[in-house]
Ligand binder design. Structure first.
Ligand SMILES: [Zn+2]
Length: 205
């Protein structure tokens, strides 16, 4: 519809998740209208975040250093690890204020249709974490809470992990039902999610 830089900008914006062609156009025109400094700040923030943010060495949550804020916090309870699919799930669970343990971000879920298997996720790293280094000051992991999404892929991932973890002798729990089925954890409301953690149930092999 447009040509040159205007269309390029619209096309780039339209590639972002949740932004359709109409929104892309609206954002593009907004950016062209605001002072150049505002646009520069946005561009700098994008580049800086992309350069500085990486994955936490322990839990694979987003971090701006070696470790994320949770892994670096000695007040968190290292005997419990809550396993989630993506970094926004951590934020959703933190909002409930029901959980004081640590996290493990799988970076996805098992999906045969999309050809994603356990080897594409951070499963091996989770097992390594559970086994630990054997250092005397190390907290032993006792409970794994499977907080994958309440949909087919999330359930399949949870079942896969349960079969792997129960024989190790760990307490394995799953969030209580009541979460909207088929949805993403990140969109569940705090109260429902809080209750789901509180009422988590043991998974038995
Ligand atoms: Zn971490």
């Amino acid at each position: 519809m447009f040509a040159g830089p205007i269309q390029d900008l619209i096309d780039e914006l339209a590639r972002l998740p949740g932004i359709g062609p109409k929104s892309a156009q609206r954002v593009a025109f907004h950016l062209l209208k605001v002072p150049a400094n505002d646009v520069r700040r946005l561009a700098d923030a994008l580049v800086e975040a992309k350069e500085k943010v990486r994955l936490c060495r322990i839990c694979f949550n987003l971090a701006d250093g070696e470790l994320c804020g949770y892994c670096a916090d000695p007040r968190r309870d290292g005997s419990m690890i809550c396993v989630v699919q993506e970094p926004p799930d951590v934020i959703a669970l933190e909002k409930t204020r029901e959980f004081r343990g640590l996290y493990h971000v799988l970076q996805g879920s098992i999906s045969p249709i999309e050809g994603i298997g356990p080897e594409d996720l951070r499963v091996a790293e989770l097992l390594e974490r559970i086994r630990g280094t054997g250092a005397p000051d190390e907290t032993r992991v006792e409970e794994i809470i499977l907080a994958t999404n309440p949909n087919i892929e999330g359930e399949a991932t949870a079942m896969y992990l349960a079969r792997l973890l129960i024989p190790i002798g760990l307490k394995v729990t799953r969030l209580a039902s009541g979460l909207p089925v088929g949805g993403d954890l990140e969109y569940a409301d705090e109260v429902t999610l809080g209750r789901a953690i509180e009422g988590r149930r043991a998974v038995t092999g």
